[in-house]
Design a protein around this ligand. Structure first.
Ligand code: ACM
Ligand code: ZN
Length: 766
């Protein structure tokens, strides 16, 4: 026993030593060298601050010293204009200087830590501030209560000038104290922009003194939907929800952020996502109401009327007050998800279209945005909006936030407009970060840490000149499911750290395994900061493919030294279960379970993947219609890969068609006895996912002449409809499956008038 224990200690010591070689700084600095020795911070250390650097810069640094080791340092201010990064400094000191010549990059800094002293030089105050954040991340508490910083030399500056995090406070709001904690985290990770989403259908959250009903009506909703919107019928909690930030609080937040070199960009949504405002001021809508602050999530038809002059004067007055609170160059005017349903039938909107010689409602939206741009420009500000502002013509100086994909950003950059990339597929932090069961409720996408980290903000489609218009990248945190600060933190961290690194760190030095090493080294700091973070980023991820007609499951964990053990009999893996080494070939129906075993692992977290085998598994398939962007599986044969898509629809298994039919041809490669057919259809009307009008299965011997063998036109289940048909046994080689899309979403339904989505997975033949 004693021998084993000492062996274990050796192993632990070795792994600790190996890890120590990594400086735990996120985002990774441009250049960093470790040296021998360390600087010890004790209460006798003197901080010497160049007067060009404000005391505010040190607030966060000092606070962390206090929280970590109850140390308070004395600071003296020098006014030594001749000091440069090469001027010698006294021992036992932390010196802060500015030197824009030695450090030419904006927001850049150098940090020299030796046993005797720390010398931090910033290009500007922001650079000095970021150097301090790096220092905070380097602090290690020793057993005797001191703080050590490893000797090192760092030269660092950002890749992008815009490094953003968005937070929605409409769907759920957060206390001012949480916002400050959140801003501290942005600062610590060198994120310099806080995009504050202040208004939406479910609540108006900023005090506007000229319009008191925004406070008394728009900031409140009668109740809130429980669970996912997709469930039909909706269930509500019956509890009134509301609140708003007073102008005093807004000022406090903006000041707090400014002290941390963070620009706060307010978003006042228009012309869509306006229902809360309309509830208080129904005359601003096309139908004059009555309207209600929304109680569930989604996109709503009632938007600001673009025909009435009073809409514009209302928004201008609102913005007048907003401008007094936010000094940012940019004002975000939203612009996304504005249905044109009401505008199409509103006399005032139609009159505007005629009078302004506009082609259609898209040009009316463009008119709306251009008019607001002109107004804000007259006040010395610039507009930024979601990529829908491209539709109907982009306002002359607008900056585009590309969220639906990369296309909006590419188009805007090619038109020489500034762009912030924020594509939902990669950087929406309200989406699930794990496909394991038991995660807290989240929006239906899947953006694990690795996917956020792997996102490259400059699209390949741009040439070097166009690429210059990509000013930065931002991750978005919509708060439908972030119903408490704890839940918000769980979704934001650590994915926000990945965002910070892709925004700050040069592409050529980004490295995911290295990032994870640094992240693990930050666990102590994050615990001191009391951050409720997702810790399972080492959990098993899988890749599903087909090889020689058979499904193959590749498993992966990023845990250093982590061993994956698995079972094929549906049992929980144990320390004696087989070790996973090569991809598992699936030859029959069953379930693979797997777990990671290793230091710090949680074998109770079990990866599960079911396979359903049939005569069509792994066979050739041809798709005749274009699949929808968000429902195009990586594996073109996902319909026949032995895996059935889950009701969460975020596992990459569902093949989807927006308005189009499903039309596929399967080649079984030889005459095959067939007696059963199947397909799964996902139906969630509240998610615009509709059952088809009809599904037909046809078979053929020669691929020319087809005979229909089964059809079905009712699909009653909410969620996954398992179409399963027994037919009189016969032989055939080819199977044609057609599912006719509902087409246009019917009147009275969510998204009425828009295209229905048809989702299908796993065609079974037996
Ligand atoms: C958005 O996600 N609607 C910008
Ligand atoms: Zn109207």
């Amino acid at each position: 026993m004693a021998v084993r224990l000492s062996l274990l200690l050796v192993v632990l010591n070795q792994s600790a030593k190996a890890q120590d070689k990594v400086l735990p700084v996120i985002p990774a600095p441009s250049a960093m060298k470790m040296q021998e020795g360390k600087f010890v911070i004790d209460p006798t250390i003197l901080v010497i601050r160049d007067s060009a650097i404000k005391a505010d810069n040190l607030v966060f640094f000092n606070q962390y010293l206090k929280d970590l080791a109850d140390i308070e340092l004395t600071t003296i201010v020098t006014n030594d204009a001749s000091a440069t990064s090469n001027t010698p400094v006294k021992n036992h000191t932390i010196s802060l200087k500015l030197d824009a010549v030695a450090i030419p990059e904006k927001e850049g800094y150098t940090l020299k830590v030796s046993a005797g002293q720390i010398l931090l030089t910033g290009h500007d105050a922001a650079g000095a501030f970021y150097g301090l954040q790096t220092l905070v991340q380097l602090m290690q508490k020793t057993k005797d209560g001191k703080i050590e910083i490893p000797a090192c030399s760092i030269n660092d500056y950002p890749r992008f000038s815009y490094r953003g995090m968005h937070l929605d406070v409409s769907r759920h709001a957060f206390p001012v104290a949480f916002l400050k904690k959140w801003i501290d985290m942005l600062a610590l990770y060198k994120v310099n922009t806080f995009h504050w989403h202040l208004t939406d259908d479910q609540g108006w959250r900023i005090e506007i003194k000229q319009y008191p009903a925004l406070q008394t009506i728009s900031s409140l909703r009668a109740e809130t939907i429980i669970g996912h919107k997709r469930y039909d019928p909706h269930r509500f909690d019956g509890k009134s929800y509301g609140g708003y930030y007073s102008q005093q609080e807004v000022k406090e937040i903006v000041k707090y952020a400014t002290e941390r070199h963070i620009t706060v960009i307010p978003e006042i949504e228009m012309p869509g996502h306006a229902q809360a405002a309309l509830a208080a001021y129904p005359a601003l809508g096309c139908t004059d109401g009555p309207y209600q602050t929304a109680t569930y999530w989604g996109v709503f038809d009632d938007v600001y009327c673009a025909g009435k002059e009073q809409t514009f004067s209302f928004l201008e007055h609102v913005l007048d007050e907003v401008l007094t609170l936010f000094p940012s160059a940019y004002i975000h005017i939203g612009g996304d998800e504005c249905p044109k349903t009401q505008w199409k039938v509103c006399p005032a909107c139609q009159e505007r279209i005629r009078k302004e010689h506009l082609k259609d409602e898209h040009e009316l939206q463009s008119y709306f945005i251009r008019r607001m741009e002109k107004y804000l420009e007259s006040k010395g500000r610039k507009i930024i909006g979601w990529d829908e502002i491209l539709e109907g013509g982009l306002a002359p100086s607008a900056t585009v936030m590309s969220w639906r994909g990369l296309e909006g950003g590419i188009a805007a950059a090619k038109m020489h407009h500034d762009v912030i990339m924020t594509p939902e597929k990669y950087v929406y932090l309200d989406y699930y970060q794990s496909l394991y069961g038991g995660e807290q409720l989240a929006a239906g996408g899947y953006t694990p840490l690795s996917k956020v980290y792997g996102y490259e903000p400059v699209p390949e489609e741009l040439n070097a000149e166009e690429a210059k218009y990509i000013k930065g990248v931002q991750a978005n945190a919509w708060s439908e499911y972030l119903s408490s600060p704890e839940k918000a933190e769980y979704m934001l961290f650590p994915r926000m750290f990945a965002l910070a690194e892709i925004a700050w760190t040069r592409k050529d030095i980004r490295n995911y395994p290295d990032f994870l090493k640094r992240l693990r080294r930050q666990e102590n700091m994050l615990a001191v900061l009391n951050i409720n973070r997702f810790r399972y980023y080492d959990e098993i991820t899988s890749m599903k493919s087909l090889k020689n007609g058979k499904p193959e499951l590749t498993l992966h964990t990023d845990m250093p030294g982590g061993v994956i053990r698995y079972t094929t009999n549906g049992k929980t893996p144990e320390p004696t279960s087989p070790i996973y080494t090569t991809p598992i070939i699936i030859s029959q129906t069953g379930e693979i379970r797997a777990a990671v075993f290793g230091e710090g692992s949680d074998p109770a977290r079990v990866f599960k993947q079911q396979f359903v085998y049939s005569k069509s598994t792994g066979k050739k398939i041809t798709l005749f219609k274009k699949t929808a962007v968000n429902f195009t599986p990586e594996n073109p044969r996902a319909l026949l890969n032995g895996i059935q898509g889950s009701p969460f629809y975020n596992d990459g298994e569902w093949t989807g068609f927006s308005g189009d039919d499903l039309e596929v041809l399967i080649d079984l490669e030889q005459q095959t006895q067939i007696s059963a057919l199947g397909i799964n259809i996902l139906k969630y009307h509240w998610q615009k996912m509709w059952e088809p009008d009809v599904i037909r299965f046809e078979i053929s011997d020669d691929g020319k002449k087809y005979t229909e063998v089964y059809r079905q036109n009712t699909f009653t289940a909410e969620g996954v409809n398992k179409v399963r048909a027994n037919i009189s046994p016969l032989k055939a080689r080819y199977i044609r499956v057609t599912a006719v899309n509902k087409g246009v979403i019917p009147e009275g339904e969510y998204g009425a008038g828009g295209k229905a989505m048809l989702l299908a997975d796993e065609i079974l033949v037996n």
